[in-house]
Write a protein that binds this ligand. Sequence first.
Ligand code: ZN
Length: 197
Amino acid sequence: MSAAQSKILKEVLSANDAYVAGFGDKKELALPPARGFAILTCMDARLDPAKYAGLAEGDAHVIRNAGGRATDDAIRSLVISHKLLGTREWFVIHHTNCGMQLFSDEVIGDLLEDNLETASFDGKKWSNPKHGHGSTHGHFIKWYAFHDNEDSVAQDVKRIREHPLVPGFIPIHGYIYDVRSGRLVEVPAATAGGKPV
Ligand SMILES: [Zn+2]
């Protein structure tokens, strides 16, 4: 383990100690989300769904991946969220300045084929600081990169709406979180596509 990792591990465990000390009544929380809804959103470190959507522990399901995309696995979680845990209203929330807009499936495939360590971005192009010991496996993965935020939200809401395991009565709202203001901005075309049917 590197020195940096061990510092991070110490910080996380000490933060957890403080959290446990104030845990209190949260031991009584029920498993199903108390407020009956779920959010699918991006893993971007600047987004904190608990804060931007006003969630406390036990309130809602938050499903996160790179881009907040409606992948098979995100849909798996949403179906469990409704079918077994009772959520009845869903949000798809992407955001401005998403890293998923900065590459294509071909670009990440080529970068990984060359080398696995962190690449750098000069504002236009990605490049590898090191070369060798890459893998071609990246060419066989769908990475769900996208260019247009409004399109990506609308596509994902539509994919969820049309999924055979998703009941038509669940409203699916499409929003973009603005990383400059913290505001959730509706994508009307997405929300229209996500209306109950
Ligand atoms: Zn993102």
